[in-house]
Structure formats: structure tokens, C-alpha cells
Design a protein around this ligand. Sequence first.
Ligand code: FMN
Length: 157
Amino acid sequence: MRILVVFYSHSGRTRQVAAEIARRCGADMEEVLDARPSAGACAALRSIWDSLTGAVPPIETPSRDPADYDLVILGTPAWAWRVASPMRSYVMGNVLRFRRVAFFCTQAGSGKGPVFSELRRLCHQTPVSTLFVTETSLAEPTQQEPFQNFTKRLMSA
Ligand SMILES: Cc1cc2nc3c(=O)[nH]c(=O)nc-3n(C[C@H](O)[C@H](O)[C@H](O)COP(=O)(O)O)c2cc1C
């Protein structure tokens, strides 16, 4: 089974989780890049505004075609309880090219919120597996079970 892990990461946590999932599944990786320059407090405020308004910002052209893969795993940080806007742009631009999908989300710990329901709606399909990762669980090496369950469900899908 060919698997592609597609992720957006502003400060590196989602990238770290994406790399671990890709390592466990033998998957290729694609990082979604915001095409707008961003830094500092203005970028953070814009991110929150984007999330609250459901914005679809410009992103760099992806290098891989998701249609070449049996499964696309989409990873995003939670921004104001929603999908990070560059990932929203990626999904909306590629939705017709996904065969099957799985989702993961990193967040500080505010609770699950509507991230996965938004991704489900954008993808028009139910994910084969989902994974929420909080900052605490990422820092704690004994919290490996959710990772194992997530990848086990992927491989048996
Ligand atoms: C603009 C913005 C909004 C955020 N909103 C939430 C939130 O609603 N709930 C939460 O638990 N964490 C929230 N966070 C924290 C991030 O989701 C969390 O730190 C995530 O792991 C960052 O991923 P990254 O390092 O890949 O960018 C927010 C962070 C930013 C920058």
C-alpha cells in the first residue's frame, strides 16, 4: 500500500509527529507551505483570524500527486479549534485526488473540538483512522499506545 503523509506545521510539532507516522508506515511525506510571508505576532493573529473565518490562503504548489497513493494521511495543528488554514487550502485543492484518508491533529490540549469533523466535511469521506496528539502526550515517551493503534488501523484498512 502506498501512503502519503501530508502535513502543515508552523512551529515543528506536527512535522515531528508526521515524521514518526511516516517512519512507522514507510510513507512518503509532503509539507504544505503557506505562500504568504509570516512572522511574529502579526502571523499569529492572522492564523487565528484565518481559522475563525474559514480562510483559504495561497499555498506553495505541492511536489507529490496524492492520486498516486492508496492512502493520504492529513496532519494539522489545531488553530482556534479548527484546521490550520494552509491545510484547509491543500484539502480543498486536492479533494478529488484522495482515494482514502486518515487524519491527525496536534494541539496544546484544549480538547478535541471540530478539527476532524471539518476535515471529514472537506474530504467528503470518513477517515480510516484518526489521532489526536497533545503537547503533554508528545513529551511523554510512554504514551505510545495511541500511535500504535493509529498505525495498526491504517495498515489493516
Ligand atoms: C494561531 C494558533 C491557534 C491555536 N489554537 C489552539 C486551540 O484551539 N487549541 C489547542 O489546544 N491548541 C491551539 N494552538 C496550539 C497548537 O495547536 C499546538 O501548539 C500545535 O501542536 C502546534 O503545531 P505546530 O508546531 O506543528 O505548528 C494554537 C496555536 C496557534 C499558533
